[in-house]
Design a protein around this ligand. Structure first.
Ligand code: SF4
Length: 278
């Protein structure tokens, strides 16, 4: 990050001033200041607090996104250790053997060549040393970890059976995060606005008709060639006292493709893109 951008770095106190300072704890942090600190260090999503002053927070969003993408202020130690480990694992991968199972195209070239495959509605090139977004635009440090994890996981054919996170083994600690950071955020954001939800998600997902199963709207996102995530939406029914509800579903073999942490990150990406119109 250059000097000018460093100067405009979002500080925890700046974000703290956008919270109501009530320390209600709904975001999972004990205090609003703890929440603000976690967000600017990349360990919490800004969408986890539903009570931010939108007028005040609006000008901070792009600065925050920029600094996190550049890795400024993020929990460096954890990130660097993870990247070091993943870079070592990538070196061991035989791209020729992996290409088909990952649904990737092999690019011959020096240094072991590379793999090209879709990531959301973009295309990425993974080489032995880095990842390039062929559609332009930066990839955040955490997106690179997600993509490396997909390649290292090796891909597997989906089973076609869709399950909630609660059906995946050892997911107890992640279920709460998925609800608080993704499902409830989307439910609050799009409550009573099914058309707005459909418009936001269909920009990069495809509709799946599950109305026969009582789902108001369902969409499927192809995160990677062998990894899709479904999002089900039931709008509020005020007369009957039903609140808006959103649920993420995964292929029952998803953990053969990605670990739980990466899966949660992918759901957070979907949430951010839908709620922020990215
Ligand atoms: S949800 Fe918002 S208001 Fe409540 S503690 Fe977290 S940051 Fe503060």
């Amino acid at each position: 990050m250059d000097r000018d951008t460093s100067k405009s770095r979002v500080a925890p106190l700046e974000l703290y001033k956008c919270t109501p300072r009530t320390n209600c704890g709904e975001c999972g942090s004990a205090t609003c200041l703890a929440f603000a600190t976690l967000v600017v260090t990349g360990r919490e999503k800004i969408g986890a607090c539903a009570h931010l002053d939108e007028e005040k927070v609006k000008p901070l969003r792009s600065r925050l996104e920029q600094q996190l993408s550049a890795g400024v202020g993020v929990s460096r130690e954890g990130f660097e250790k993870t990247m070091e480990f993943l870079s070592g694992e990538i070196l061991k991968c035989d791209f020729r053997v992996r290409a088909e199972s990952l649904g990737a195209k092999l690019e011959e070239g020096a240094g072991g060549g590379g793999l090209v495959f879709p990531y959301f509605n973009q295309a990425v090139l993974v080489t032995k040393s880095d990842i390039e977004n062929l559609s332009g635009g930066p990839l955040s440090a955490w997106e690179k970890i997600l993509i490396f994890n997909y390649v290292i996981g090796g891909g597997t054919e989906p089973s076609g059976a869709w399950v909630g996170m609660e059906s995946l083994p050892n997911s107890v600690s992640k279920i709460k995060s998925l609800r608080a950071h993704c499902e409830e955020v989307l439910g609050r954001h799009f409550s009573g606005r099914i058309e707005a939800f459909a418009k936001a998600v269909l920009a990069w997902g495809r509709e799946v008709d599950l109305k026969g199963e009582g789902v108001d709207f369902a969409v499927e996102f192809a995160i990677f060639p062998k990894l899709a995530i479904r999002l089900l939406f039931w709008d509020e029914v005020k007369d009957e006292g039903y609140a808006c509800r959103v649920k993420f579903l995964f292929d029952s073999r998803v953990l053969q493709v990605l670990d739980l942490e990466s899966l949660l990150f992918a759901c957070e990406q979907i949430t951010d893109r839908a709620a922020c119109g990215r």
